[in-house]
Design a protein around this ligand. Structure first.
Ligand SMILES: [Fe+2]
Length: 349
């Protein structure tokens, strides 16, 4: 047996944001003191920067596993303070980053090389990072779980292939470090997940997995409407007024509807059945979940108004389309069709 004394083991610090149960990881090559930070959280920036200072680390990169929906990243602000370069998957289409990685790309720091493994499915732009017997999986693979697949171009079949064909081909003793855990667990291994992951392990079929994911019925993350647009701009230069439209109501939509120019459109994001039951006259029906297919068409309008029943689906569609580069959106964020009807405005069915 030979012992390699020239390359010390990578130092890993796992940090947590209790508010969103997010893990941030600081990786440091102890020989060169060069480091990278994975998935930092805005509210924890001072903690992370002081740890970096205490350990005497020169931060080369901030790696993001995906565009997070539950917290805002500190990547942009950390770059301003440390000159670290921001890395995302090319498929995430985030503006103002420094390195866009594709499958198999390497990120070098000191004696170590991190390999990007694209693992889409939770979002279309998810990437995992493999280094030194560890894999940082973001939300693609969680400890005995996985990320949801019902927004941000999520797709259960795609996630199934990312996990079973890519992550599960890593050696069984590879340590799995996820972006979250909600039960206080800190790490797992590929072998353990292959055997015990209730959604993806034990040779679950793709069809079974798709069914499990379709039946989750999860609430939306609290911060999605702020987090997704902010993260698309590395967490800074973010004007929430551009996206949130807290104050835009069905009565405002009515005013817009009364004199709607040709180059503006109203979109009903409810299901086809709800739409058939009565909608804003002239509104297009693009049900929640199908917005991806209509992004190009909607880009052609000067203004797009979104509404649903309570505001939640419209807000999610807005967040989703923002990721795809649309900046012409206005959304009725906290009410919907029932208010229109109560006000006695005309409907069409
Ligand atoms: Fe996520």
């Amino acid at each position: 047996m030979s012992i390699n004394i020239t390359t010390p083991r990578l130092l890993v610090r796992q940090l947590m944001d209790r508010d969103t149960w997010t893990y941030t990881y600081l990786l440091v090559d102890p020989q060169t003191q060069l480091g990278v930070l994975i998935d930092p959280v805005r509210e924890q920036m001072e903690r992370d920067l002081s740890l970096i200072r205490e350990l005497g680390v020169e931060l080369l990169y901030v790696l993001e596993t995906h565009v997070h929906a539950d917290h805002v990243t500190s990547a942009g602000m950390i770059r301003q303070q440390t000159e670290a370069r921001i890395v995302y998957s090319a498929a995430a289409e985030v503006k103002a980053i420094d390195v866009a990685v594709n499958d198999g790309d390497a990120i070098e720091f000191g004696n170590f090389s991190i390999r990007a493994i694209t693992t889409p499915g939770h979002t279309s732009g998810c990437v995992s990072y493999y280094v030194d017997g560890m894999v940082f999986t973001g939300d693609a693979l969680l400890i005995h779980g996985c990320g949801r697949t019902d927004f941000q171009q999520g797709n259960a079949a795609t996630l199934y292939h990312s996990v079973t064909q890519k992550l599960f081909t890593l050696p069984d003793d590879t340590i799995v470090y996820p972006a979250h855990d909600y039960k206080g667990r800190t790490a797992s291994s590929i072998g353990e997940e292959k055997r015990w992951n209730p959604r993806l392990g034990n040779d679950r079929s793709e069809a079974e997995f798709i069914e499990i994911m379709a039946d989750l019925n999860l609430d939306l993350p609290k911060k999605i409407n702020e987090a997704v647009p902010a993260n698309l701009e590395t967490g800074i230069s973010f004007d929430p007024k551009r996206y949130l439209h807290e104050a835009f109501t069905m009565s405002d939509l009515h005013s817009a509807w009364e004199s709607l120019p040709q180059d503006e459109v109203i979109v009903d994001t409810r299901t086809e059945e709800e739409y058939q039951d009565g909608h804003v006259p002239g509104a297009l029906n693009i049900p929640f979940g199908e917005e991806d297919k209509h992004a190009e068409e909607l880009k052609g309008y000067r203004k797009v108004y979104l509404y649903c029943r309570s505001g939640r689906r419209a807000q999610t569609v807005l967040a989703d389309l923002s990721i795809m580069g649309l900046d012409n959106l206005t959304c009725v964020g906290h009410s919907g069709m029932p208010e229109w009807e109560q006000a006695g405005y005309p409907t069409e069915s």
